[in-house]
Design a protein around this ligand. Sequence first.
Ligand SMILES: [Zn+2]
Length: 316
Amino acid sequence: MTSSSVSTTLPADIRVFDRGWLSSTNIVCLGEEPALIDTSYVKHEVETVELIRKTLNGAALARIAHTHLHSDHCGGTHALQRLWPNAQTWVPEASFEAARVWDEEALTYRATGQRCRRFRADHAMAVGQTLRLGERDWQIHAAPGHDPLAVFLFDPRDRVLIAGDALWEQGVGIIFPVIDGAGGSDAFDAFEQTLDAIAALQPEWVIPGHGTPIARGTGALQRALAQARSRIEHFKQHPESHALYAAKVFVKYELMDAGHRTWSELGAWMDRTPDLHRLHQQAAPATAWREWAHGVVAGLISKGALRDDGTQVSNV
Ligand SMILES: [Zn+2]
């Protein structure tokens, strides 16, 4: 490849597995010490272990790293550590203590009503440092916005960037600091600043937390950045639309995990999920909780994202 050519394939030592929306993308970095970044949701842990085992072709997994500790990015870590007990495991420094003592409140699993199996956190990933994963030294950058504690990784040699949920090809992730009020309206700005930081590094490839790699050479990266910026701008002007979007994502996610729920089971899950009550207050405080909660589910059904089978609601 000449220096002026446009790269059309990722370097061969980086393998990317798009696992859909319930589970994060898995990124394997091959080399002397094979590494995995992000481990998907606990529901898929058996498939995740099998996928990584096949990809490593007899080698032992040496390192596991996480862009952030949302349940869909670290749910396979427990099972991977069981098969490879010597795999050293990194989490973002800001989450290290919560992961070490397994504080389910700080780790968001309680507020979101999601599940994750406890795993061992060995090392903290500090912003400004580099981390050897596979045969590359990855820079660790702060990635606030979607999750204030998240990081993204950047390989300056081939300009590959592992974004976690800081950038997707379509749409944007929920802005969690807006939900819990911790970030106020600054949280939208933090997300935009993370997009600026990604753009400033001029990556050839961005590997998103969900979906397939986004290339600069095809123009897809510029489009992804532009649509993310306009979506965040819209949310900033209309925070109630972010709240409704987030509530729909939570409910859809629960049904992707469960497969189906009776209306009363789903109602009970919504009743006991604190973030949904916060979102209700942000989206439509004048509407009664039950009416609003029913409307969130009905909205997903009318869009075809869920199916109403009479007594139960099913994932589509
Ligand atoms: Zn996330």
